[in-house]
Design a protein around this ligand. Sequence first.
Ligand code: AMP
Length: 423
Amino acid sequence: MNILVVGSGGREHALCWKIAKSPLVSRLVCAPGNVGMAMLAETRPVSATDVAGQVALAQQIAADLVVIGPDAAVAAGLADACAEAGIPCFGPTAAAGQLEASKAFTKAFADRHGLPTARYGVFDAAPPAKASLAGFSPPYVVKADGLAAGKGVAVASDLAAAEAAIDEVFGGRFGAAGSRVVIEEFLDGEIGSVFALCDGRTSVMFGAFQDAKRAFDGDVGPNTGGMGVYAPAPVLTEAVVDQVRTRLIEPAFAGIAAEGAPYRGVVFCEVMVTADGPKLVEFNARFGDPECQVQMLRLESDLVPYLVAAATGRLAGATPPVWRREAAICVVLASKGYPGAPETGSLIRGAEVDFGPNVVVFHAGTARRNDGALIAAGGRVLNVCALGVDVAEARARAYGAIERIDWPGGYHRTDIGWRALAR
Ligand code: AMP
Protein backbone atom coordinates (compact mmCIF):
# COMPACT_ATOMS: atom_id res chain seq x y z
CA MET A 1 0.00 0.00 0.00
CA ASN A 2 0.95 3.63 -0.54
CA ILE A 3 0.02 5.77 2.44
CA LEU A 4 -0.03 9.54 2.87
CA VAL A 5 0.13 10.87 6.43
CA VAL A 6 -0.99 14.48 6.76
CA GLY A 7 0.55 16.67 9.46
CA SER A 8 3.84 17.67 11.05
CA GLY A 9 3.69 17.13 14.82
CA GLY A 10 4.80 14.53 17.33
CA ARG A 11 1.50 12.74 16.82
CA GLU A 12 2.16 12.34 13.10
CA HIS A 13 5.76 11.28 13.71
CA ALA A 14 4.43 8.53 16.00
CA LEU A 15 1.84 7.46 13.41
CA CYS A 16 4.58 7.26 10.74
CA TRP A 17 6.85 5.33 13.10
CA LYS A 18 4.14 2.72 13.62
CA ILE A 19 2.87 2.65 10.01
CA ALA A 20 6.45 2.24 8.74
CA LYS A 21 6.69 -1.05 10.69
CA SER A 22 3.72 -2.54 8.83
CA PRO A 23 4.51 -5.21 6.24
CA LEU A 24 1.50 -3.93 4.28
CA VAL A 25 3.21 -0.64 3.43
CA SER A 26 5.37 -0.18 0.36
CA ARG A 27 5.52 3.62 0.24
CA LEU A 28 5.02 6.15 3.03
CA VAL A 29 4.79 9.87 2.31
CA CYS A 30 4.15 12.63 4.87
CA ALA A 31 3.10 16.17 4.18
CA PRO A 32 4.39 18.48 5.33
CA GLY A 33 6.19 16.15 7.76
CA ASN A 34 8.98 17.13 10.11
CA VAL A 35 12.64 16.39 10.82
CA GLY A 36 11.78 13.11 12.54
CA MET A 37 9.36 11.95 9.89
CA ALA A 38 11.93 12.70 7.20
CA MET A 39 14.10 9.95 8.69
CA LEU A 40 11.31 7.36 8.21
CA ALA A 41 9.50 8.42 5.08
CA GLU A 42 9.40 10.79 2.14
CA THR A 43 8.22 14.28 3.03
CA ARG A 44 6.56 16.87 0.78
CA PRO A 45 6.10 20.58 1.50
CA VAL A 46 2.30 20.64 1.33
CA SER A 47 0.54 22.26 4.27
CA ALA A 48 -1.94 20.11 6.22
CA THR A 49 -4.79 22.50 5.45
CA ASP A 50 -4.00 22.83 1.72
CA VAL A 51 -6.85 20.49 0.79
CA ALA A 52 -6.38 20.68 -2.97
CA GLY A 53 -2.62 20.23 -2.58
CA GLN A 54 -3.02 17.17 -0.34
CA VAL A 55 -5.51 15.53 -2.72
CA ALA A 56 -3.20 16.21 -5.68
CA LEU A 57 -0.29 14.69 -3.74
CA ALA A 58 -2.39 11.64 -2.82
CA GLN A 59 -3.25 11.15 -6.51
CA GLN A 60 0.34 11.67 -7.59
CA ILE A 61 1.63 8.93 -5.26
CA ALA A 62 -1.40 6.70 -6.00
CA ALA A 63 -2.24 6.66 -2.31
CA ASP A 64 -4.35 3.74 -1.13
CA LEU A 65 -5.01 5.59 2.12
CA VAL A 66 -4.78 9.14 3.44
CA VAL A 67 -4.35 9.42 7.22
CA ILE A 68 -5.33 12.80 8.67
CA GLY A 69 -3.36 13.88 11.73
CA PRO A 70 -4.40 17.38 12.83
CA ASP A 71 -7.84 18.79 13.57
CA ALA A 72 -7.27 21.76 11.26
CA ALA A 73 -7.15 19.40 8.26
CA VAL A 74 -10.39 17.73 9.42
CA ALA A 75 -12.07 21.13 9.77
CA ALA A 76 -10.75 22.20 6.35
CA GLY A 77 -12.66 19.31 4.75
CA LEU A 78 -9.79 17.09 3.65
CA ALA A 79 -11.82 13.90 4.18
CA ASP A 80 -14.66 15.32 2.08
CA ALA A 81 -12.25 16.15 -0.74
CA CYS A 82 -10.67 12.67 -0.57
CA ALA A 83 -14.15 11.10 -0.80
CA GLU A 84 -14.89 13.18 -3.90
CA ALA A 85 -11.62 12.02 -5.43
CA GLY A 86 -12.35 8.38 -4.52
CA ILE A 87 -9.38 8.04 -2.15
CA PRO A 88 -9.95 6.13 1.11
CA CYS A 89 -9.34 8.47 4.02
CA PHE A 90 -8.90 7.89 7.74
CA GLY A 91 -10.45 10.95 9.34
CA PRO A 92 -13.97 12.35 9.58
CA THR A 93 -15.71 14.71 7.16
CA ALA A 94 -15.90 18.36 8.19
CA ALA A 95 -19.55 17.78 9.20
CA ALA A 96 -18.68 14.85 11.49
CA GLY A 97 -15.60 16.74 12.70
CA GLN A 98 -17.91 19.44 14.10
CA LEU A 99 -17.77 17.31 17.23
CA GLU A 100 -14.42 18.95 17.84
CA ALA A 101 -14.45 22.18 15.85
CA SER A 102 -17.02 23.91 18.04
CA LYS A 103 -17.48 23.46 21.78
CA ALA A 104 -20.96 25.00 21.51
CA PHE A 105 -21.89 22.37 18.90
CA THR A 106 -20.53 19.59 21.11
CA LYS A 107 -22.46 20.75 24.17
CA ALA A 108 -25.73 20.99 22.23
CA PHE A 109 -25.01 17.58 20.64
CA ALA A 110 -24.42 16.10 24.10
CA ASP A 111 -27.79 17.48 25.22
CA ARG A 112 -29.58 16.08 22.17
CA HIS A 113 -28.17 12.60 22.73
CA GLY A 114 -28.19 12.45 26.51
CA LEU A 115 -24.39 12.34 27.00
CA PRO A 116 -23.41 13.24 30.58
CA THR A 117 -21.48 16.53 30.58
CA ALA A 118 -21.09 19.77 32.59
CA ARG A 119 -23.95 22.31 32.71
CA TYR A 120 -23.14 25.26 30.45
CA GLY A 121 -24.09 28.45 28.65
CA VAL A 122 -22.98 29.83 25.25
CA PHE A 123 -22.57 33.58 24.68
CA ASP A 124 -21.51 35.77 21.77
CA ALA A 125 -20.74 38.90 23.80
CA ALA A 126 -18.91 39.61 27.04
CA PRO A 127 -21.70 41.29 29.12
CA PRO A 128 -24.16 38.35 29.10
CA ALA A 129 -21.27 35.90 29.57
CA LYS A 130 -20.14 37.80 32.68
CA ALA A 131 -23.72 38.05 33.95
CA SER A 132 -24.10 34.27 33.64
CA LEU A 133 -21.24 33.67 36.09
CA ALA A 134 -23.74 34.36 38.89
CA GLY A 135 -25.38 31.05 37.98
CA PHE A 136 -22.15 29.10 38.50
CA SER A 137 -19.87 28.72 41.49
CA PRO A 138 -16.06 28.97 41.54
CA PRO A 139 -13.81 27.77 40.08
CA TYR A 140 -15.27 29.07 36.81
CA VAL A 141 -14.55 27.37 33.50
CA VAL A 142 -14.31 29.75 30.52
CA LYS A 143 -13.70 28.40 27.01
CA ALA A 144 -13.19 29.94 23.58
CA ASP A 145 -15.71 28.19 21.32
CA GLY A 146 -13.50 27.19 18.38
CA LEU A 147 -10.19 25.39 17.79
CA ALA A 148 -7.47 26.94 19.96
CA ALA A 149 -4.83 24.18 20.11
CA GLY A 150 -5.87 23.24 23.65
CA LYS A 151 -5.07 26.71 24.93
CA GLY A 152 -8.56 28.26 24.81
CA VAL A 153 -9.68 27.08 28.25
CA ALA A 154 -9.29 28.98 31.52
CA VAL A 155 -10.17 27.59 34.93
CA ALA A 156 -10.56 30.75 37.02
CA SER A 157 -10.53 30.65 40.79
CA ASP A 158 -12.60 33.83 41.31
CA LEU A 159 -15.01 36.17 39.52
CA ALA A 160 -12.38 38.74 38.56
CA ALA A 161 -10.21 36.09 36.89
CA ALA A 162 -13.24 34.62 35.11
CA GLU A 163 -14.25 38.06 33.81
CA ALA A 164 -10.68 38.68 32.64
CA ALA A 165 -10.73 35.33 30.83
CA ILE A 166 -13.99 36.29 29.08
CA ASP A 167 -12.44 39.60 28.00
CA GLU A 168 -9.39 37.74 26.71
CA VAL A 169 -11.55 35.49 24.50
CA PHE A 170 -13.51 38.40 23.04
CA GLY A 171 -10.35 40.51 22.83
CA GLY A 172 -9.17 38.38 19.92
CA ARG A 173 -6.42 36.29 21.50
CA PHE A 174 -7.87 33.15 19.88
CA GLY A 175 -8.83 34.72 16.54
CA ALA A 176 -12.00 33.34 14.98
CA ALA A 177 -12.13 30.66 17.70
CA GLY A 178 -12.98 33.44 20.16
CA SER A 179 -16.16 34.81 18.60
CA ARG A 180 -18.23 32.89 21.17
CA VAL A 181 -17.55 31.80 24.71
CA VAL A 182 -18.76 28.73 26.59
CA ILE A 183 -19.11 28.98 30.39
CA GLU A 184 -19.20 25.61 32.15
CA GLU A 185 -19.83 24.10 35.51
CA PHE A 186 -16.53 22.95 37.06
CA LEU A 187 -16.23 19.17 37.18
CA ASP A 188 -14.22 17.76 40.03
CA GLY A 189 -12.21 14.65 39.33
CA GLU A 190 -9.35 13.21 37.31
CA ILE A 191 -9.11 13.75 33.60
CA GLY A 192 -8.75 10.89 31.11
CA SER A 193 -8.41 10.45 27.35
CA VAL A 194 -10.31 7.51 25.85
CA PHE A 195 -10.08 6.59 22.16
CA ALA A 196 -12.28 4.67 19.73
CA LEU A 197 -12.21 4.03 15.99
CA CYS A 198 -15.40 4.15 13.96
CA ASP A 199 -16.14 3.23 10.34
CA GLY A 200 -19.47 5.05 10.17
CA ARG A 201 -21.37 2.21 11.89
CA THR A 202 -19.12 -0.05 13.94
CA SER A 203 -16.70 1.13 16.61
CA VAL A 204 -13.66 -0.42 18.30
CA MET A 205 -12.18 0.90 21.54
CA PHE A 206 -8.57 2.04 21.03
CA GLY A 207 -6.90 2.73 24.35
CA ALA A 208 -7.11 5.00 27.40
CA PHE A 209 -4.51 7.47 28.72
CA GLN A 210 -3.96 10.22 31.24
CA ASP A 211 -2.42 13.42 30.03
CA ALA A 212 -1.03 16.51 31.77
CA LYS A 213 -2.45 19.68 30.25
CA ARG A 214 -1.06 22.34 32.61
CA ALA A 215 2.32 23.83 31.82
CA PHE A 216 4.03 23.31 35.18
CA ASP A 217 4.69 20.65 37.81
CA GLY A 218 1.85 19.88 40.18
CA ASP A 219 -0.74 20.61 37.46
CA VAL A 220 -0.51 24.38 37.76
CA GLY A 221 0.03 27.15 35.20
CA PRO A 222 -1.70 27.74 31.88
CA ASN A 223 -3.36 25.01 29.84
CA THR A 224 -1.26 23.73 26.95
CA GLY A 225 -1.71 21.30 24.09
CA GLY A 226 -0.31 18.67 26.49
CA MET A 227 2.96 18.38 28.43
CA GLY A 228 3.00 14.63 28.92
CA VAL A 229 0.93 11.47 29.07
CA TYR A 230 1.10 7.90 30.25
CA ALA A 231 -0.76 4.59 30.19
CA PRO A 232 -2.13 2.55 31.77
CA ALA A 233 -3.77 5.14 34.03
CA PRO A 234 -5.13 3.72 37.30
CA VAL A 235 -8.17 6.03 37.23
CA LEU A 236 -9.27 4.57 33.89
CA THR A 237 -10.29 1.15 35.14
CA GLU A 238 -11.96 -1.33 32.82
CA ALA A 239 -15.30 -0.38 34.39
CA VAL A 240 -14.77 3.35 33.80
CA VAL A 241 -13.67 2.80 30.20
CA ASP A 242 -16.74 0.64 29.68
CA GLN A 243 -18.94 3.45 31.00
CA VAL A 244 -17.23 5.85 28.60
CA ARG A 245 -18.00 3.43 25.77
CA THR A 246 -21.67 2.86 26.60
CA ARG A 247 -22.60 6.35 27.87
CA LEU A 248 -20.51 8.58 25.63
CA ILE A 249 -18.74 6.98 22.67
CA GLU A 250 -21.39 4.63 21.28
CA PRO A 251 -24.28 7.12 21.68
CA ALA A 252 -22.10 9.82 20.08
CA PHE A 253 -21.27 7.69 17.02
CA ALA A 254 -24.94 6.65 16.71
CA GLY A 255 -26.06 10.26 17.20
CA ILE A 256 -23.79 11.79 14.60
CA ALA A 257 -24.75 9.09 12.07
CA ALA A 258 -28.46 9.74 12.79
CA GLU A 259 -27.80 13.43 12.11
CA GLY A 260 -26.52 12.51 8.66
CA ALA A 261 -22.76 12.68 9.24
CA PRO A 262 -21.47 9.13 9.88
CA TYR A 263 -18.09 9.26 11.61
CA ARG A 264 -15.04 7.59 10.04
CA GLY A 265 -11.79 7.87 11.92
CA VAL A 266 -10.75 8.11 15.52
CA VAL A 267 -12.60 9.90 18.27
CA PHE A 268 -10.70 11.14 21.30
CA CYS A 269 -13.12 11.43 24.18
CA GLU A 270 -11.80 13.58 26.99
CA VAL A 271 -13.61 12.76 30.21
CA MET A 272 -13.61 13.90 33.79
CA VAL A 273 -13.90 10.86 36.03
CA THR A 274 -16.17 12.28 38.75
CA ALA A 275 -17.87 10.71 41.75
CA ASP A 276 -20.94 10.31 39.45
CA GLY A 277 -18.94 8.51 36.77
CA PRO A 278 -17.23 9.79 33.63
CA LYS A 279 -18.52 13.05 32.14
CA LEU A 280 -17.68 14.44 28.73
CA VAL A 281 -15.21 17.33 28.71
CA GLU A 282 -14.80 17.35 24.96
CA PHE A 283 -14.52 15.27 21.84
CA ASN A 284 -11.58 15.56 19.47
CA ALA A 285 -11.88 14.33 15.92
CA ARG A 286 -8.33 12.96 15.67
CA PHE A 287 -5.63 11.13 17.62
CA GLY A 288 -4.27 12.90 20.69
CA ASP A 289 -0.98 14.73 20.83
CA PRO A 290 0.88 13.48 22.92
CA GLU A 291 -1.51 10.54 23.60
CA CYS A 292 -0.80 9.07 20.17
CA GLN A 293 2.91 8.79 20.94
CA VAL A 294 2.22 6.50 23.92
CA GLN A 295 -0.58 4.70 22.04
CA MET A 296 1.74 3.78 19.16
CA LEU A 297 4.47 2.65 21.57
CA ARG A 298 2.06 0.35 23.37
CA LEU A 299 0.19 -0.95 20.32
CA GLU A 300 1.31 -4.49 19.58
CA SER A 301 -1.09 -5.00 16.65
CA ASP A 302 -0.42 -3.66 13.17
CA LEU A 303 -2.09 -0.23 12.98
CA VAL A 304 -2.64 -0.20 9.22
CA PRO A 305 -5.50 -2.75 9.00
CA TYR A 306 -7.44 -0.72 11.58
CA LEU A 307 -6.92 2.53 9.69
CA VAL A 308 -8.02 0.88 6.43
CA ALA A 309 -11.04 -0.80 8.03
CA ALA A 310 -12.20 2.47 9.63
CA ALA A 311 -11.72 4.36 6.36
CA THR A 312 -13.59 1.80 4.25
CA GLY A 313 -16.48 0.74 6.51
CA ARG A 314 -15.05 -2.64 7.45
CA LEU A 315 -14.54 -2.56 11.20
CA ALA A 316 -17.32 -5.10 11.82
CA GLY A 317 -15.64 -8.29 13.00
CA ALA A 318 -12.28 -6.58 13.65
CA THR A 319 -10.55 -8.03 16.69
CA PRO A 320 -9.81 -5.61 19.53
CA PRO A 321 -6.26 -4.24 19.33
CA VAL A 322 -3.55 -6.02 21.33
CA TRP A 323 -1.54 -3.77 23.67
CA ARG A 324 1.92 -4.45 25.07
CA ARG A 325 1.97 -5.37 28.73
CA GLU A 326 4.47 -2.61 29.49
CA ALA A 327 3.50 0.86 30.62
CA ALA A 328 4.49 3.81 28.46
CA ILE A 329 5.08 7.47 29.10
CA CYS A 330 5.74 10.58 27.04
CA VAL A 331 7.36 13.76 28.36
CA VAL A 332 7.05 16.84 26.17
CA LEU A 333 10.05 19.14 25.87
CA ALA A 334 8.79 22.64 25.06
CA SER A 335 10.48 25.91 24.16
CA LYS A 336 10.75 28.41 26.98
CA GLY A 337 7.77 30.75 26.76
CA TYR A 338 5.34 28.05 25.59
CA PRO A 339 2.27 28.14 25.62
CA GLY A 340 2.55 31.93 25.31
CA ALA A 341 5.23 33.10 22.90
CA PRO A 342 7.81 30.32 22.53
CA GLU A 343 11.41 31.36 21.97
CA THR A 344 12.53 29.44 18.89
CA GLY A 345 15.84 28.95 17.14
CA SER A 346 17.76 27.57 20.12
CA LEU A 347 20.23 24.74 19.63
CA ILE A 348 19.37 21.21 20.82
CA ARG A 349 22.23 18.78 21.41
CA GLY A 350 22.15 15.08 22.17
CA ALA A 351 18.57 14.31 21.07
CA GLU A 352 19.52 12.25 18.04
CA VAL A 353 21.41 9.43 19.70
CA ASP A 354 20.43 5.83 20.38
CA PHE A 355 18.75 5.79 23.78
CA GLY A 356 18.28 2.02 23.71
CA PRO A 357 15.34 -0.21 22.80
CA ASN A 358 12.89 1.23 25.35
CA VAL A 359 13.16 4.93 24.51
CA VAL A 360 11.88 6.69 21.40
CA VAL A 361 12.17 10.42 20.75
CA PHE A 362 9.49 11.84 18.48
CA HIS A 363 9.95 15.22 16.84
CA ALA A 364 7.33 17.97 16.88
CA GLY A 365 8.59 21.55 16.45
CA THR A 366 12.19 20.94 15.39
CA ALA A 367 14.11 22.15 12.35
CA ARG A 368 17.58 21.74 10.83
CA ARG A 369 19.91 24.69 10.77
CA ASN A 370 21.96 25.14 7.56
CA ASP A 371 24.84 23.26 9.15
CA GLY A 372 22.55 20.32 9.99
CA ALA A 373 22.26 21.06 13.70
CA LEU A 374 18.90 20.49 15.37
CA ILE A 375 17.09 23.62 16.54
CA ALA A 376 13.76 24.45 18.16
CA ALA A 377 11.14 25.71 15.72
CA GLY A 378 7.91 25.69 17.71
CA GLY A 379 6.23 25.48 21.10
CA ARG A 380 6.23 21.75 21.73
CA VAL A 381 9.51 20.54 20.29
CA LEU A 382 10.41 16.96 21.28
CA ASN A 383 8.49 14.06 22.81
CA VAL A 384 10.66 11.74 24.89
CA CYS A 385 8.80 8.43 25.19
CA ALA A 386 9.68 5.26 27.06
CA LEU A 387 8.39 1.81 27.91
CA GLY A 388 8.86 0.05 31.24
CA VAL A 389 7.40 -2.76 33.32
CA ASP A 390 5.34 -0.11 35.10
CA VAL A 391 4.84 3.66 34.99
CA ALA A 392 7.70 4.17 37.46
CA GLU A 393 10.22 2.36 35.25
CA ALA A 394 8.98 3.98 32.03
CA ARG A 395 9.20 7.35 33.73
CA ALA A 396 12.72 6.78 35.01
CA ARG A 397 13.84 5.81 31.50
CA ALA A 398 12.24 8.87 29.90
CA TYR A 399 13.76 11.28 32.43
CA GLY A 400 17.11 9.47 32.13
CA ALA A 401 17.10 10.20 28.40
CA ILE A 402 16.05 13.83 28.97
CA GLU A 403 19.05 14.32 31.25
CA ARG A 404 21.27 13.47 28.30
CA ILE A 405 19.62 16.07 26.04
CA ASP A 406 21.34 19.44 26.22
CA TRP A 407 18.79 22.14 25.44
CA PRO A 408 19.06 25.31 27.54
CA GLY A 409 16.23 26.90 25.50
CA GLY A 410 13.67 24.34 26.60
CA TYR A 411 11.69 23.24 29.63
CA HIS A 412 9.60 20.22 30.61
CA ARG A 413 7.51 18.97 33.48
CA THR A 414 9.43 16.76 35.90
CA ASP A 415 6.37 15.00 37.34
CA ILE A 416 4.59 13.28 34.44
CA GLY A 417 2.90 10.17 35.79
CA TRP A 418 2.63 11.46 39.36
CA ARG A 419 -1.04 10.61 39.66
CA ALA A 420 -0.28 6.96 38.91
CA LEU A 421 2.67 6.87 41.31
CA ALA A 422 0.71 8.64 44.07
CA ARG A 423 -1.75 5.74 44.25
P1 AMP B 1 -10.49 21.22 26.91
O1 AMP B 1 -9.72 22.07 25.96
O2 AMP B 1 -11.98 21.39 26.82
O3 AMP B 1 -10.05 19.82 26.83
O4 AMP B 1 -10.09 21.67 28.39
C1 AMP B 1 -8.74 21.75 28.78
C2 AMP B 1 -8.61 21.34 30.22
O5 AMP B 1 -9.36 22.18 31.08
C3 AMP B 1 -9.12 19.94 30.49
O6 AMP B 1 -8.16 18.99 30.24
C4 AMP B 1 -9.49 20.02 31.96
O7 AMP B 1 -8.35 19.79 32.75
C5 AMP B 1 -9.92 21.44 32.13
N1 AMP B 1 -11.40 21.52 32.05
C6 AMP B 1 -12.13 21.71 30.93
N2 AMP B 1 -13.45 21.73 31.23
C7 AMP B 1 -13.55 21.55 32.56
C8 AMP B 1 -14.65 21.49 33.48
N3 AMP B 1 -15.91 21.64 33.09
N4 AMP B 1 -14.35 21.28 34.78
C9 AMP B 1 -13.08 21.15 35.21
N5 AMP B 1 -12.01 21.22 34.41
C10 AMP B 1 -12.23 21.42 33.09
